[in-house]
Ligand binder design. Structure first.
Ligand code: FAD
Length: 380
């Protein structure tokens, strides 16, 4: 599927594919088994420009478009979704929030090390008591003299314990969404810590933990953009984030199809390869078709974003379809493997566990359906 990719976009995809084939897949399996963050492998993303994908060149980034970004995320997640989500949270959420809403000083301070991969970024919106209903967040930020004092915690945050820079949304005023502001917080700020990484169903080689603020003191200049604009900023960040999460679904779904195809061609039963059974041919045809549809929806959303047009509706559709395609493809790939699909020696077991996150993170499937329906029905 070429969706009229430019020569540069095709080249970016080739670089990402070559990296994934050389460094991910089987090489990540031991990290996944040990629930260990693959620092060495993630570090290699920096020199490729994959940790500063959307950052302007003058600040050390690759200054690529969203179509290129989606292609990179897809290829990395086809290799391994733990590395994919690490890169996604760093680029789409933390780095992009600062690149879009930071002051010139904030951009100069934070973006070059993030883009080079010298430090990793995290982004905290979700809290123990608020996820889908993000505007109900209760982490507080109070301005005292020249400092903001933060109290509260952020739950399920990707890269929380490996990041040196975090963007967090906190309540500065009353009201719901209009009382929320965004801050950039550096590791080492007094009162700011991260929790022990969670034990998760999948994505074992990614880092997910709490960000904890106990009278955390950060400089007054840590406010990103206007006071009270944090929720609106977060929604803009999520638009691009959902496109990348859709690409994550495409990559995982493609990985499931790759594994199922390989297995169907080698495994024999009743004197034939599995590839010759009608029932399994139907399964692989259905999921391969879903992958193509998911990829087209994702690239369409990325293209809209690149052209400066509203992309929230298209991003929600792409994310909804691609994440459900990933889960379906992974389920069918396990089925095609029979008993082998249920044991960890075969990659489909990991792919199946990893796929589920795409239906939950960056807005659940129910929330995507709500966003899509509201636009169609013109509800506010
Ligand atoms: C591995 C992982 C990584 C993550 N990374 C990050 C990160 O980096 N930063 C970050 O801020 N967050 C992150 N999250 C959090 C993620 O975005 C939330 O888990 C997600 O938005 C859902 O919120 P929740 O868990 O509070 O579920 P809830 O909001 O409690 O939802 C529970 C159920 O209710 C449904 N529901 C809720 N509201 C409605 C409604 N109006 N209509 C219909 N159904 C509804 C949901 O769809 C879901 O099925 C991550 C989560 C995971 C698991």
């Amino acid at each position: 599927m070429d969706f009229e990719l430019t020569a540069e976009q095709q080249q970016v995809r080739e670089v990402a594919r070559a990296f994934a084939e050389a460094e991910l897949g089987d090489k990540i399996a031991p990290f996944d088994e040990r629930h260990e963050f693959p620092h060495e492998i993630v570090r290699k993303l920096g020199p490729l420009g994959f940790l500063g994908v959307l950052v302007p060149e003058e600040l050390g980034g690759a200054a690529l478009d969203y179509v290129s970004y989606a292609l990179i995320v897809e290829e990395l997640c086809r290799g391994d979704a733990s590395v994919g989500i690490t890169m996604w949270a760093h680029n789409s959420l933390c780095t992009n929030h600062i690149a879009t809403f930071g002051s010139p000083e904030q951009k100069r301070r934070y973006l070059p090390p993030l883009a080079a991969g010298r430090v990793l970024g995290a982004w905290g919106l979700t809290e123990p008591g608020s996820g889908s209903d993000a505007a109900a967040l209760v982490t507080r930020a109070e301005l005292r003299g020249e400092s903001w004092i933060l109290n509260g915690s952020k739950a399920f945050i990707t890269n929380a314990s490996v990041a040196s820079t975090a963007v967090v949304m906190a309540r500065t005023d009353g009201g719901r969404s209009r009382g929320i502001s965004a801050f950039v917080v550096e590791r080492g700020a007094p009162g700011f810590t991260s929790g022990k990484p969670y034990r998760k169903l999948g994505l074992h080689a990614s880092d997910t933990a709490e960000l904890i603020f106990q009278d955390a003191r950060i400089p007054a200049a840590s406010l990103l953009g206007e006071r009270g604009a944090g929720f609106a900023q977060a929604m803009t960040v999520l638009e691009g984030g959902r496109i990348a999460m859709a690409a994550m679904g495409v990559g995982i779904a493609q990985a499931a199809v790759d594994q199922a195809t390989r297995y169907m061609r080698q495994r024999t039963a009743f004197g034939k390869t599995l590839a010759e059974f009608d029932g399994l041919q139907g399964m692989i045809a259905d999921v391969a078709t879903d992958v193509e549809v998911a990829r087209l929806l994702t690239l369409r959303a990325a293209y809209l974003k690149d052209s400066g047009r509203p992309a929230m509706h298209a991003a929600a559709m792409a994310k909804l379809f691609a994440s459900e395609a990933a889960m379906k493809a992974a389920t069918k790939a396990v089925q095609i493997h029979g008993g082998a699909g249920y044991i960890s020696e075969f990659p489909v077991e990991r792919i199946f566990r990893d796929a589920k996150l795409t239906e939950i993170g960056e807005g659940t499937s129910e929330i995507q359906r709500m966003v899509i329906a509201r636009e169609i029905l013109q509800l506010t």
